[in-house]
Design a protein around this ligand. Structure first.
Ligand code: PMP
Length: 305
């Protein structure tokens, strides 16, 4: 990923892709205090547009606030930086990665005295869990790793350090022959995927864990809440047990990278018909209509680059 043409926005400037480098004594590299976003831009009929740009930037600022890092740029500058990288790299649709991190002025757990840096990169990235998975559904394993407790690392921050938990869970699931991991909270209730929020459908009602289960407040999750309201489908946020998923009719993951990905199996137990469910497909279609600019009600969520 590092050896290619293009531009990356780094601390206020567009630099050559290959020159976007940092020092080995970077504080964040050692102790993990940093935050990031995952954002997507879609090739809509009205041109390339970033989906829910402002909400992603707000969450980045909130993550920084939780981690007590002072953002070195304004929200307007961060929004403009994201538009600039899509334009400069001539991308029609892409994934964007803003990252805020601490510099290499000093080491030691106390991060004070290190400069706060910001970068934004963008590149083409297709279906995160595979095109096939989008249609047929993916196979998921309940992780042996517990999701972060809400008072250990802060779960409403999209913090760099939180992802060691995601990485362990994801590697375990892949090594065991599954596509992705599902993590339970410290009390044993369903929390979220390694990089996705989770939804369960039973008897026409859509359920998702409430955020006290330590799940990230996903922007795609929020988009699905709107979609359910528009479809007249009841949505309930509540504690969910893993066996509720075994006996559910349908199940799916949401995320900026994962979009809306059906889940056909959990722990080798087939969910419903064992393929993408009809309501999941409806929600998936509604999601792609919105992000691709085919639903005028949500044109406000699309920022032209
Ligand atoms: N949970 C985790 C742990 C994630 O990494 C992500 C991806 N950002 C999500 C949920 C989904 O969030 P969003 O829909 O905002 O991408």
């Amino acid at each position: 990923l590092d050896d290619r043409d293009g531009k990356i926005w780094m601390d206020g400037q567009l630099v050559d892709w290959r020159d976007a480098k940092i020092h080995v004594l970077t504080h964040t590299l050692h102790y993990g205090c940093g935050a990031f976003e995952g954002v997507r831009a879609y090739n809509t009929a009205g041109g390339t547009a970033i989906f829910r740009l402002e909400e992603h930037t707000d969450r980045l600022f909130n993550s920084a606030k939780i981690l007590r890092m002072k953002m070195p740029f304004t929200k307007e500058e961060v929004n403009e930086a994201q538009k600039a990288v899509v334009r400069e790299n001539k991308l029609e649709s892409c994934y964007l990665r803003p990252l805020v991190w601490l510099g290499s002025e000093k080491l030691g757990v106390n991060p004070r005295g290190n400069k706060v840096h910001l970068m934004v990169a963008a590149w083409a990235w297709g279906a995160y869990l595979g095109e096939e998975g989008m249609k047929r559904g993916i196979r998921v394993k309940t992780s042996s790793y517990t999701r972060h407790h809400v008072n250990i690392t802060m779960t409403q921050a999209k913090a760099v350090s939180n992802y060691s938990n995601s990485i362990l869970a994801n590697m375990e699931a892949l090594d065991d022959g599954y596509d992705e991991a599902l993590l339970l909270d410290a009390s044993g209730f369903v929390s979220e995927g390694a990089g996705e929020n989770v939804f369960v459908i039973k008897d026409g009602v859509v359920y998702t864990p409430d955020l006290s289960a330590g799940a990230l407040n996903g922007i795609t999750r929020n988009t699905v809440l709107h979609i359910c309201e528009d479809l007249g489908v009841k949505l309930v946020q509540k504690r969910i047990t893993r066996d509720e998923i075994y006996i559910a009719d349908e199940c799916f993951f949401t995320g900026t990278a994962a979009e809306v990905t059906p889940i056909r199996e959990l722990d080798r137990v087939e969910i419903g018909s064992g393929s993408r469910g009809p309501l999941t497909e409806k929600i998936q279609n509604a999601f792609f209509d919105i992000v691709n600019g085919r639903n005028a009600k949500y044109s406000k969520w699309l920022s032209k680059v």
